[in-house]
Each structure stands twice: as structure tokens, then as C-alpha cells.
Ligand binder design. Structure first.
Ligand SMILES: O=C(O)CCC(=O)C(=O)O
Length: 268
């Protein structure tokens, strides 16, 4: 399926959707270099865990998740005033990529209300053999369950949900070519297998919220709170400024020369 004006009926029924061919090869090439660049700068962090605390001052990351093609999809689910809550690369290296145990995202998140949509961007081809995202359709009406610590096998979240909630035989593989996007509801039960294949499997999770959703962040400004489209709601969320590009400090990317003008224009 490609982007269509009304996809809400299928999303409401299944709890997830796939969009193919959303981003172009040049931007994906930059995203692929970006994850390598981040991994090199953060050698002690596993590549499945390159997450939102790293993005506050990273212009390419904000450029990527503010792409109009992604925001146009998010807008169909959460309306025109769009902010970012979080984004993580889950990059499973060849032969050694960790699984993500079955879980519901909303159980982990400090959001009020839990109005949020995930776009999962395939940075690499994402296939059953390299540990693609797997969802259990129609579980989006399951109330949020507590996630339990689980390190019985090394896994990305070091936790997951009680198996009694998971009917694994109903799971569907979300097969995507690079540039495709899966969209899911915060209550949907999902996970992914380990990557034992010779192919890297990199995905970028992007959690978009309507500007009316409050990020509960008692310890100060949330590192990945950015207003991306439309207007904020007075008194709700303290957004970070869009980061400017500094040569030598940030990863160069296609359009980086014009990026600071775009940021300045937004600031008015
Ligand atoms: O990338 C994966 O394998 C899992 C992604 C995930 O759990 C999520 O999007 O919440």
C-alpha cells in the first residue's frame, strides 16, 4: 500500500499498517551512514540501542524524522500538530542481532494521554531471515500490561510481557524493502527475532505525538521533544530548538548547507 488519504479504517481494525516506497534512496543512504557514524561515536552502546538521548544536538536526525513524507503519514493518525516524543535506531548487526521480546510500547512511556503513533522506518531491507518486525494483528485493544524484566536471553529491551498474553501463532512478519514504513498503535503486541543472517537489519522507530499529548519528564527537558509541524499547545511540553549543522561536529548530509537557513526560518 502507498500513502492514501484514508487509512484509518484498516489501522483501527488491524492495529498496524505498511507503507511501501516512502523515502528515496539518497535519504536512506544518509540514514545508513548516520547509524554507522553514531555507532562509531558511541562504541560502548550496542547498535540496537542508539536512542533518543543522542538526538538533541543531531541535525541529521531531526532532518530525517521531520521529513514531510513521514509527517504526512503521521498526520493521518494524529492530526496536524505533530511533535516528536522519541526515536531509536534498532540496528541488528549481521549474525549477532538481538531479539526484541513481545511487548506493548505504551507500557514503557511517560505520556498523558497515550495518544501516539509509531512509524518504523526500514533503513535496510527487513526480512524474516534478518529479524524483521513482527506484530500480532488486532491486539491494539489489549489494555497496557506491566512489562517484566527478562534477561534470560540477551535482548534489546531486557524485558517483555507475560507470555500468557501472546498468541505467537497469529504473528505476522512485517516484510519491508528499505524506505518502507510500518505504522503501529501503542497497545499493539509486537517484537522481533534475533538476526543470525549475514544481512544487517536496521530500523528507525519514530514516535510521533499530537501536540496535546504531554511528555511527563520530572527530571527536566525531554531530550527528544521537538515540535515538528503545526502549533504547540500552551503549557504542554518544553520543546528543544532544532539543532543547527556545524561542519566538523556533525555528520554531513544531503542538504546540510541549507539546513541552518531552514532552522532560522522556523525560528522566525
Ligand atoms: O525494531 C524492532 O525489531 C522492534 C521495534 C519495536 O519494538 C517498536 O517499534 O516498538
Amino acid at each position: 500500500m502507498s500513502a492514501m488519504p484514508d487509512v484509518n479504517a484498516e489501522y483501527d481494525r488491524e492495529g498496524y499498517l505498511l507503507f511501501h516506497d516512502v523515502l528515496d534512496a539518497e535519504l536512506l543512504e544518509d540514514a545508513s551512514r548516520h547509524v554507522e557514524w553514531l555507532a562509531e561515536k558511541n562504541p560502548t552502546v550496542r547498535p540496537e540501542l542508539l536512542g533518543h538521548t543522542l538526538m538533541t544536538h543531531d541535525p541529521f536526525w531531526v532532518r530525517l524524522i521531520s521529513d514531510d513524507r513521514l509527517l504526512d503519514i503521521a498526520q493521518q493518525f494524529i492530526g496536524p500538530d505533530i511533535a516528536l516524543f522519541a526515536s531509536h535506531y534498532i540496528c541488528k548487526p549481521p549474525f549477532d542481532g538481538q531479539p526484541v521480546l513481545w511487548h506493548q510500547d505504551g507500557s514503557y512511556w511517560p505520556l498523558d494521554p497515550m495518544e501516539v503513533v509509531t512509524l518504523w522506518l526500514a533503513v535496510d531491507d527487513s526480512l524474516p531471515e534478518n529479524g524483521c518486525l513482527r506484530v500480532i494483528p488486532r491486539t491494539q485493544n489489549t489494555t497496557l500490561q506491566p512489562m517484566k524484566p527478562d534477561t534470560s536471553t540477551p535482548n534489546v529491551l531486557s524485558s517483555g510481557m507475560d507470555k500468557s498474553w501472546v498468541q505467537e501463532e497469529l504473528a505476522v512478519d512485517c516484510v519491508l524493502r528499505k524506505g518502507g514504513v510500518e505504522v503501529h498503535h501503542p497497545n499493539l503486541i509486537h517484537g522481533s527475532n534475533a538476526n543470525h543472517s549475514p544481512l544487517r537489519r536496521c530500523g528507525l522507530t519514530i514516535r510521533y505525538i499530537p501536540a496535546s499529548t504531554r511528555i511527563l519528564s520530572p527530571s527536566g527537558k525531554w531530550p527528544s521533544a521537538f515540535l515538528l509541524r503545526g502549533n504547540g499547545v500552551p503549557g504542554v511540553n518544553d520543546y528543544n530548538p532544532w539543532p543547527r549543522y556545524v561542519e566538523g561536529e556533525h555528520m554531513p548530509f544531503s542538504g546540510c548547507e541549507q539546513w541552518n537557513q531552514k532552522v532560522a526560518a522556523r525560528e522566525g
